[in-house]
Design a protein around this ligand. Structure first.
Ligand code: ATP
Ligand code: MG
Length: 165
């Protein structure tokens, strides 16, 4: 078995960011209940682009509104629920209950601006750190849990996987 990859990636254009989202979605286990994926990066770094590609890859057709104002956008799939979350407007953990946070534990959480709530890093499985690189973006993908490490291992074995080194 190949080593899990804590991958650094160059994402030359929007398509490359989407490809990374597709690769992560393809490496998820069939049952992703309780999973958390943190999407970090400055304004416009590509967090929503990656989340949208994941949602499409999981089977969502049609619009994917930004959760900037609603804070949580829920999606139901035969495999389970996915919650696209944007914590930009959240000041800290004490505000999470307004979102009905405890009701979201049955699904996969895709969380933009997770740094607003420090405990999330201890509970999540994967961190995708996005940053500006010239006209494109860079990404660093790291595991935060054992099952996150297993996901990275599956990603590095995947044929559609842009994480190759
Ligand atoms: N690898 C890339 N190279 C160049 N442009 C990209 C890349 N990935 C995404 N973009 C573009 O960056 C812009 C912002 O993307 P996106 O909305 O996903 O960012 P975001 O991190 O969610 O921003 P916010 O912090 O406002 O939520 C979009 O126009 C998108 O097409
Ligand atoms: Mg966004």
């Amino acid at each position: 078995m190949r080593e899990p990859v804590n991958g650094r990636l160059e994402l030359a254009d929007e398509q490359a960011t989407s490809d990374l989202g597709v690769a992560i979605a393809a490496a998820l286990p069939e049952d992703f209940a309780g999973w958390g994926i943190l999407l970090r990066g400055d304004l416009g770094a590509g967090k929503s682009t990656l989340a949208r590609a994941m949602l499409r890859s999981l089977g969502h057709q049609g619009r994917i509104p930004s959760p900037t104002y609603t804070l949580v956008e829920p999606y139901q799939f035969p495999r389970g629920s996915v919650y696209h979350i944007d914590l930009y407007r959240i000041a800290g953990a004490e505000e999470l209950e307004f979102l009905g946070w405890s009701d979201l534990s049955d699904g996969l959480k895709l969380i933009e601006w997770p740094e607003r709530v420090t405990f999330l890093e201890r509970e999540a499985d994967l961190l995708v750190q996005l940053g500006y690189r010239g006209t494109g973006r860079g990404a660093e993908v790291s595991a935060l849990s054992e099952r996150g490490t297993a996901l990275l291992t599956r990603m590095s074995a995947g044929t559609r996987n842009p994480v190759t080194s």
